[in-house]
Structure formats: C-alpha cells, structure tokens
Design a protein around this ligand. Structure first.
Ligand SMILES: Cc1cc2nc3c(=O)[nH]c(=O)nc-3n(C[C@H](O)[C@H](O)[C@H](O)COP(=O)(O)O)c2cc1C
Length: 198
C-alpha cells in the first residue's frame, strides 16, 4: 500500500507512523523544577544525535513538565530504561500534576548525579547527565507551527554500572534495554550481532 500522509489518507484504523519508525530508544528523563521537586518521564522521540561532543535530543508534544523544568533549570538526565524497570518506566509516564515526584509514584530510589542537580534512577545502569543547549520549535512544510519542540542537550557526565563493562567494552545486551514501537508495543534487546564495515 501507499498513502498520502499530507492528506492523512491512511486507510488503516490507527496511524502506523510510530510502528514504522522503530524500535526507538527511550530517554527516561529526570529533571528538577526550580523548587527542587523531581520529575521523571519517558520520551521515545529520543536519540543521541552527535558524539563529539555527545548530544541528545527528545521531542516534547506540548508544554510538559520535563521541557518546562529543563528550560528553567538548564539540566536533565537521560536514564536507560531496561526490562527490569519497565513497569516503573510506564508508571512514570502518568499524567500527574507537576508537584508529583514520579520517582516516588513509581517506587524508585534517587541517586545524586555527579555534574548536574537532577538525580538519576537507582537501578538504571546508564545515566547521561546533560545540560540544555537549545529548544527547537517545530513547524510543518507549510510553515505552520506545531505543538512539538525538540529539546537538545549536551552530555556532560556519563554514569555506567561497572557490571556492564567487559574487556573495555559495554555489554549493553546484559542491561536488556527496552525500546518503543507503535501501539502499546515494546521490544527488548538481549542479543547483538557484528558487521565489519567494508
Ligand atoms: C514509552 C513512552 C514514550 C513516550 N514518549 C513520548 C515522547 O517522545 N514525547 C512526548 O511528548 N511524550 C511521550 N510520552 C508520554 C510522556 O511520558 C507523558 O506525557 C508524561 O506524563 C510526560 O511527563 P512530564 O510532564 O513529567 O514531562 C511517552 C510515554 C511512554 C510510556
């Protein structure tokens, strides 16, 4: 099949876009509001977008607490969402008031970060400590403003659970990272393969 996405002519009952662009890594974003209340939420329109320096981006569909906090305080942490933490990750996506600390809601412990104020998630084996560099407000091909904004940050500190480090490499499959697809679907990485470049 083919359909014209501009005209929203997709004959399927549910828009398949998110099922087609996947698996998407999940940035499990912790931040603090100016009063120090912690916030935690998953974002799967998320990725690493450069490595020198390391930079990450996530897309916020409207003014959510994460983007508000990050713009006010300038800092956030991207925690790795794993198979073991999948239920807590899901709970942390609840649409609750900004005063609610989703660490507490999800029964998660906080661990102080090294270089930024927002804490990382205890039990998550990787945490990227970030400083906000830019927010890009998106528009469509007609120039019409969208509700989406890209939050870009530079990774200034990286926590890795020592158990993941094997022969100077990261054994990421042992962390069982989870990724997002469409609908309510996720995948879990348990196996890698290698391809040498030509
Ligand atoms: C796996 C997963 C991925 C999500 N990805 C996004 C996303 O990329 N962008 C977005 O705006 N919301 C996304 N959401 C929804 C937010 O997590 C949800 O709106 C949350 O309440 C936002 O929290 P905040 O207001 O504390 O930032 C996602 C939810 C889940 C469960």
């Amino acid at each position: 099949m083919f359909y014209n996405a501009l005209k929203r002519e997709c004959p399927l009952q549910i828009d398949p876009f998110k099922a087609l662009v996947g698996p998407r890594p999940i940035g499990w974003i912790s931040s603090l509001d100016p009063d120090g209340t912690a916030n935690l939420a998953p974002y799967s329109f998320f990725n690493g977008v450069s490595d020198n320096p390391p930079m990450v981006v996530f897309s916020s569909a409207g003014r959510k607490d994460s983007i508000t906090n990050i713009e006010q305080t300038g800092e956030f942490v991207c925690n790795l969402a794993t198979w073991d933490l999948r239920d807590a990750m899901n709970v942390s996506s609840s649409g609750v008031d900004s005063e609610v600390d989703e660490f507490e809601l999800a029964g998660l412990e906080k661990v102080p970060s090294e270089m930024v104020k927002p804490p990382r998630v205890a039990g998550s084996p990787v945490a990227l400590e970030c400083r906000h560099t830019q927010t890009v407000h998106m528009h469509d091909v007609n120039g019409d403003e969208l509700k989406y904004a890209l939050v870009i940050g530079q990774v200034v500190g990286i926590y890795i659970d020592d158990a993941l480090i094997v022969n100077d490499r990261i054994d990421i499959a042992s962390a069982k990272p989870i990724a997002r697809h469409g609908y309510m679907d996720y995948s879990v990485v348990t196996e890698l393969f290698r391809l040498e470049r030509p």
